[in-house]
Design a protein around this ligand. Structure first.
Ligand code: BGC
Length: 763
């Protein structure tokens, strides 16, 4: 559609949308407009606005349209085309007050074009690339008639047993907060009202990533200082960036479920942080208050939720069933209901829907002839971002990049698995449109080298796990299991290896293994695949492991087997091409881990910025009473911020503009970075701070800034970091955000472990 045509559409549709009596309050004045509308609403219509339903097999479409026309539904999620959403908006136009519907969806890492999973996006440390993901996702989803996304998901994750680790941006408060802001700004564009924007509903408020034992939906118990210093800032960053919505977490926080948590939603979110948007409960969360043991029955659950500040109730019938009688009995005030309605209408207003309910749905004659057409995808953007998300973990004897010549054995259950390329929460992505590693190699190599493919093993031997993973997908089995005996599969792969110059094995997790409700007790690659790796190693051929997974894995054994390891996460629609670009050196890898890779599951939780302790590990005699496990070394296998390149980079001359700084003043830290390798490449120079002595134990280091820089072979550059007065502050025991005088260490490195250090004094 051209611009003129679009303008015409907006004008004509806007003039069609008349709301009952708007004479008292023009559309331009948001507060007055909404107050006037609320005045005209019946109680049923108000309660209807608070109802958010999922489009699925549970309720026939016709019944949904009837409910909408009767004013009993405020919004829906999970419908993903204009043609699906238009009749629902038409039904709203027939309702008494013509209040428009809104349509939401989980657009997490792409809509039709799937980008790498969030944990992979974070590994790019590239804010421009991440902004591109937000923008493309918004464009694609908005042009499918969607108004709101349940994203970004910014739960800090420090326990990789949690399956939703894949959905977030890792363990670090600063990095996740930066990304949170960029995601909100890029989803919402200039305004969430723009026809090409989505309103962002940040989730899951709050602390969902800290579920005990990494088991999904479990409880969260956390000290206030940890909450305020480490876990809350990413949500705050989204709010400060203007996120229009907040999705409330399923977990309890220190015994009080988030869904009934007045402190969380009223005191913190609305009063302290000044949030003015809409809150949404997570799926069925109001009903779950009974099982949490804080509500006797559904009636009490509805009362607790509305009193605590839940505006929209997601797939939960309790508001509809209980609010009217709670109001009559005086247990809920009219103001409780009106406040929630005001936020819902306010969000619709901010999405531009009162001005034009068809803003993102458009006219039927403009609908795409083929919703799934490849031309609707943004493949170039997806390939570019995916390349930036890959992390080179090992590269002995310069095994990589591979030559585009000779014979290559490509093996592994994930080498040709389209659905797994997309990862979990793949929105409207279609597996047949994703490029697997096999296909990517074919495209990048052409006929320059011969590739012999063999599956080599299934994802797992474990039938119960297979059934579990296949149950996750409603449409088709997630995992196609090869019925041949394991030994036959391995023999075929070994035969391929023996005929080849090098072996590339694509192994790890199927996407369902890193998913909602997919918590694990081990971080190992399943045994079936480890047997394959062992057999491949025995051939003596150079072995490259291409890993696909949505959480850190424990790779101590794999590291001994492989000559090179490339971490590729679930890399999206163009993942296979991006991986081939890196394997064959058309792109020099630049990703850095956004989460620590422990040696074993027993070390969890393991994160780089832990507090100082009284007996830090010091190597020495056994049993020296310092903090350690006696079966394996302390420390991670791969630290936060780590990742190799085909170039080498060196850091030198860390210097500070002053040895002392006054409260409120900034300081400059500079360092020289040099590309000492033979190829041009990018690296991430990371700045950490340590507050050495304070009123409380402080982290041994905390990321405060970074620069991603491109350097030509041999090039050297001086980088400057401004250490701002706020970078020295933290929430102390009284939850005051303040900087305390004393020594600070500045540490700069290419990962969180190998750093250069200087000190200064805050006066
Ligand atoms: C998830 C949310 C998601 C919602 C709607 C829930 O199960 O926890 O993250 O937004 O479903 O799909």
């Amino acid at each position: 559609m051209n611009k003129l045509c679009l303008l015409g559409l907006v004008v004509s549709l806007a003039s069609q949308s008349a709301y009952a009596d708007t004479s008292a309050a023009p559309l331009q004045d948001k507060q007055a407009f909404i107050a006037n509308l609320i005045k005209q609403m019946t109680l049923d219509e108000k309660i209807g606005q608070l109802r958010l339903i999922s489009i699925g097999p549970e309720m026939p479409r016709e019944m949904i349209r009837k409910e909408i026309a009767a004013g009993r539904i405020g919004g829906t999620f999970n419908s993903i085309t204009r043609a699906e959403n238009r009749p629902m908006q038409d039904a709203a136009a027939k309702s008494r007050l013509k209040i428009p519907m809104f349509f939401a969806y989980d657009v997490i890492h792409g809509h039709r074009t799937i980008f790498p999973i969030s944990l992979g996006l974070a590994a790019s440390w590239d804010m421009d690339a991440i902004a591109k993901v937000g923008r493309v996702s918004a464009l694609e989803a908005a042009s499918d008639g969607i108004d709101m996304t349940f994203a970004p998901m910014v739960d800090i994750a420090r326990d990789p047993r949690w399956g939703r680790t894949s959905e977030g941006f890792g363990e670090d408060t600063y990095l996740v907060s930066r990304i949170s802001k960029v995601m909100v700004e890029s989803f919402q564009g200039q305004s969430p009202a723009a026809p090409t924007s989505l309103m962002a509903a940040v989730k899951h408020f709050a602390l969902y990533g800290a579920v005990e034992g990494g088991r999904d939906y479990n409880t969260v118990d956390m000290s206030p200082t940890k909450m305020f210093n480490d876990y809350l800032p990413p949500y705050r960053a989204a709010i400060d960036a203007g996120a229009g919505g907040v999705m409330v977490a399923l977990n309890s926080i220190n015994g009080v479920p988030a869904t009934s948590n007045t402190w969380l939603m009223n005191d913190l979110l609305r009063k302290d942080w000044g949030f003015k948007g809409v809150t949404v409960s997570d799926h069925g969360a109001i009903t779950e208050l009974v099982r949490h043991g804080v509500a006797r029955d559904g009636r009490e659950a509805a009362k607790l939720a509305i009193k605590a500040g839940i505006d929209l109730s997601m797939n939960d019938s309790l508001y509809g069933e209980e609010l009217a009688s709670l109001l009559k009995a005086g247990e809920v005030d009219q103001a409780d209901i009106d406040n929630a309605v005001r936020e819902v209408l306010g969000a619709k207003y901010d999405m531009g829907l009162f001005e034009d309910p068809y803003r993102r749905i458009g006219k039927a004659s403009d609908d795409p002839a083929d919703t799934y057409a490849d031309s609707r995808l943004h493949r170039a953007e997806a390939r570019d971002v995916a390349r930036r998300s890959l992390v080179l973990l090992e590269n002995r004897k310069q095994t990589l990049p591979l030559k585009k010549a000779g014979t290559i054995a490509l093996v592994g259950p994930l080498a040709d698995a389209p659905i797994d390329m997309m990862g979990s929460w793949a929105a409207a992505g279609r597996p047949h449109q994703s490029i697997t590693v096999r296909e990517g190699m074919r495209q990048v190599l052409g006929d320059k080298a011969k590739v012999i493919y063999a599956k080599g093993s299934n994802v797992t031997h474990d039938k119960a796990i297979l059934d579990y993973l296949n149950f996750l997908n409603f449409d088709a089995p997630e995992i196609v299991d090869d019925p041949r005996p394991a030994a036959v599969l391995i023999d075929e792969a070994v035969k391929a290896a023996k005929q080849s110059d090098v072996v590339v094995a694509v192994v790890g997790e199927s996407r369902g293994m890193s998913h909602e409700s997919s918590s694990r007790t081990t971080l190992e690659i399943p045994a079936a695949q480890r047997e394959l790796i062992k057999a491949l190693k025995a051939t003596g051929k150079p072995l490259v492991l291409v890993l696909m997974n949505g959480r850190p894995l424990s790779l101590a054994w794999e590291r001994e087997q492989a000559d090179a390891i490339l971490e590729t996460w679930f890399s999206g629609t163009e993942g296979g091409n991006a991986i081939a670009d890196v394997l064959f050196g058309d792109y020099n890898p630049s990703g850095k881990l956004a989460i620590t890779f422990p040696r074993s599951v027993g070390q969890i939780p393991m994160y780089y910025n832990h507090l100082s302790i009284g007996r830090p590990f010091t190597p020495g005699k056994p049993g020296n009473y310092t903090s350690q496990y006696f079966e394996e070394p302390n420390g991670p296998l791969y630290p936060f911020g780590y990742g190799l390149s085909y170039s080498d980079f060196s850091l030198s001359n860390l210097s500070l503009s002053s040895k002392t700084v006054k409260q409120g003043q900034d300081l400059d830290a500079s360092i020289v970075v040099k590309n000492t390798g033979k190829r041009d490449g990018e690296t991430v120079v990371q700045l950490y701070l340590q507050d050495v002595t304070a009123s409380m134990s402080r982290p041994i280091k905390e990321l405060k800034n970074f620069h991603k820089v491109m350097l030509k072979a041999g090039e050297e550059r001086t980088l400057h970091f401004t250490i701002k007065a706020d970078d020295l502050k933290f929430y102390n025991g009284q939850l005051q955000w303040a900087a305390e005088p004393g020594e600070f260490r500045v540490q700069v490195g290419l990962d969180s472990q190998a750093v250069q250090q200087q000190s200064f004094e805050l006066l």
